[in-house]
Design a protein around this ligand. Structure first.
Ligand code: FES
Ligand code: FES
Length: 164
């Protein structure tokens, strides 16, 4: 299949890449942009491991073609820590032991960086509802929920640091 030239804007940087029109965004990020923090699990929109932000909103990178992203701004997990400093959510996941293998973690971080920006004081029920879109095979979710609640509280106290 013929490849097409594409400018993919990721984390504030333009990547000039050459891709087949059928290439998934998740694969283009990993293979062409060398940003392997975006994980690929189910490849059909169920597990949430591939979640990135597209123009600030969470999206499944395995459900989009890279060529659909022309003119869009993509944010991946690589852009969430700044100047070597973890975001409050990343720090809370670390402190609350909210991950084991870490495979699901980038997707969870991106989902909730965006969610907490719009919902700064979510209930546990709301957190669990949103979290149902990100499958974790290791943790049992309890510590992830605790970490998200901790991050929300800290961000409300003034340590806000969320993705664009
Ligand atoms: S890899 Fe995209 S939702 Fe599972
Ligand atoms: S920490 Fe292993 S899948 Fe979630």
């Amino acid at each position: 299949m013929n490849k097409v030239a594409l400018t993919l804007r990721v984390n504030g940087r333009a990547h000039e890449i050459l891709v087949e029109p059928r290439k998934l965004l998740s694969d283009a990020l990993r293979e062409d942009c060398r940003l392997t923090g975006t994980h690929v699990g189910c490849e059909h929109g169920v597990c949430g491991a591939c979640t990135v932000l597209v123009d600030g909103s969470p999206a499944r990178a395995c459900l989009a073609f890279a060529v659909q992203m022309a003119g869009r701004e993509i944010t991946t997990i690589e852009a969430i820590a700044t100047d070597g400093r973890l975001s409050p959510l990343q720090q809370a996941l670390h402190e609350e032991h909210g991950l084991q293998c870490g495979f699901c973690t980038p997707g969870i971080v991106l989902t909730f960086e965006a969610y907490l920006k719009e919902h700064p004081d979510p209930s546990e029920k709301e957190i669990r509802e949103v979290l149902s879109g990100n499958l974790c095979r290791c943790t049992g979710y309890h510590n992830i929920v605790a970490a998200i609640r901790k991050a929300a509280a800290q961000m409300q106290e003034g340590g806000a640091h969320v993705a664009p």
